[in-house]
Design a protein around this ligand. Structure first.
Ligand code: LLP
Length: 437
């Protein structure tokens, strides 16, 4: 997919760059981002919304992969940005991202984060609960500033990877519950707080969703709610945010829909529901993360040791693992891989790819067919663009890899590989321990 292909030398090439050359130049493990594919996904969202005729904002959910170059790319593509912490907000602001296009999420924004975001004059707070609402109002009041807000509601639609289940009472740490009246009460209170400008409601049903049924159901719940609010409180919302969660392909057999179909399902449902109710068509906001960057990412590793347990399993170890990709250990996520330096060779053996961390759970892939693997081979794992670098750690004091953007035969480092200084630079040895005996 994207610009990936096997070149004449039999090597995996991405963005017109031979990955064996990337390994030589930048070392491994290495995160490689196919910039053209990221941009293509951004444009697919924008085009699909344009086609609906609705007003819209596509806010890239930066939690999936948040670095300054990515913020620049998102800005260039005309998207908005969703942040969930002061760190993501800081990254966006440092990258010169227009604050009015930043939306701030999270179920426990601290007073410091709220103050920082108000000072930066961000575009919108997605208010999660009553404590936050009052805190936000108090801080805004103190700063003599008005803030735009959406209220996050728990729509009672819980999306799991493939299915969705409708729950009467949603047990979630996020948002104001629809069923028990909390959401309605939140609208009442928000409209009474003079520093808050209530734009509308927000709903997010889950992640890595392959179907449109859950989204249509969420639109139904949201419509029902905003109509009740109009009829009983005489409040009409100009904005409805339907969150993110659109699925991507990790392995063969994953069947995500094209971006245009997710968007069409949402916009069609909005247009038909709101028109039927005689409700002015709202501006639709969405927050895709994974589907913008996921498939564009590839992680390149060098094969080190391997061991065969005859009749049981062959372990092939690479120079990274759960530190750069915690998803298999955390979610039992599955990935596909190939040998980047031997792309034309036929698969010969079934192996398991192990990371280098000191625990048995550090397995990247349990079963993958590869050519007969040798020490020094380069292993490329696909679809690692979302929630990989973003969730990387320094477990075992392993340094986080570099990230490169590739496009048009050019590779640009967007995150440098961590140094030993990065690893131990914040350590402090108390004076009383400095005497070496
Ligand atoms: N909006 C809200 C309010 C969210 O909570 C999320 C994801 C998104 C948008 C973006 O969802 P996406 O389009 O990326 O599915 N670490 C997990 C994924 C956690 C998703 C959290 N929220 C993983 O690696 O699968």
């Amino acid at each position: 997919h994207g610009t990936s292909k096997i070149n004449q030398r039999g090597h995996l090439e991405i963005g017109g760059v031979d990955t064996t050359e990337l390994a030589e130049r930048f070392g491994t493990p290495l995160y490689i981002m196919d910039e053209a594919l990221v941009r293509q996904r951004c444009r697919e969202y924008v085009e699909a919304f344009r086609a609906s005729g609705l007003k819209f904002q596509v806010a890239y959910a930066s939690k999936a992969f948040c670095v300054m170059a990515m913020c620049r790319l998102v800005e260039e593509e005309g998207l908005s940005l969703d942040v969930v912490s002061d760190g993501e907000l800081y990254t966006a602001l440092q990258a010169g991202f227009p604050p009015e296009r930043i939306h701030f999420h999270g179920n426990n924004k601290t007073p410091q984060e709220i103050g920082m975001a108000i000072d930066a004059k961000i575009g919108c707070f997605v208010v999660d609960n009553f404590v936050e609402m009052n805190m936000l109002h108090a801080i805004a009041d103190e700063k003599r500033q008005k803030v735009k807000v959406l209220l996050r509601i728990t729509p009672g639609v819980e999306a799991h990877t493939h299915e969705y289940i409708s729950t009467g009472q949603t047990d979630s740490k996020f948002g104001f519950d629809l069923e028990n009246g909390a959401a309605f009460e939140a609208v009442k209170q928000a409209t009474a707080l003079p520093q808050l400008e209530l734009l509308g409601v927000h709903s997010h049903i889950g992640s890595q969703i392959f179907e449109t049924a859950g989204f249509r159901m969420a639109v139904d719940k949201v419509t029902e709610f905003v109509i009740k609010v109009r009829d009983e409180l005489d409040v009409v919302f100009p904005v409805v945010n339907l969150g993110g969660g659109f699925g991507i392909r990790y392995v063969e057999g994953d069947t995500p829909l094209p971006v245009s179909e997710y968007v069409k399902a949402i916009t069609d449902a909005v247009i038909s529901n709101f028109s039927r109710a005689g409700y002015p068509l709202p501006e639709i906001w969405t927050e895709p993360g994974r589907s913008i960057v996921g498939e564009a990412g590839t992680t390149l590793y060098t094969v080190g040791t391997h061991k065969d347990i005859p009749g049981v399993r062959k372990y092939v170890s690479v120079d990274g693992g759960m530190t750069d990709n915690p998803r298999p250990a955390l979610y039992e996520a599955v990935y596909e891989a190939m040998l980047a330096n031997r792309g034309k060779e036929a698969n010969e053996e079934l192996v398991s790819i192990a990371g280098k961390c000191c625990e048995s759970g550090d397995m990247l892939i349990w079963d993958v067919q590869l050519p007969k693997v040798r020490t020094g081979d380069l292993l490329a794992v696909a679809s690692t663009g979302a929630y990989n670098y973003a969730m990387a750690s320094n477990y075992n004091r392993i340094r986080r890899p570099a990230v490169v953007f590739v496009q048009n035969g050019q590779a640009d480092v967007v995150v440098k590989r961590e140094s030993f200084e990065d690893i131990a630079g914040n350590d402090v040895v108390p004076e009383r321990m400095k005497q070496v005996s």
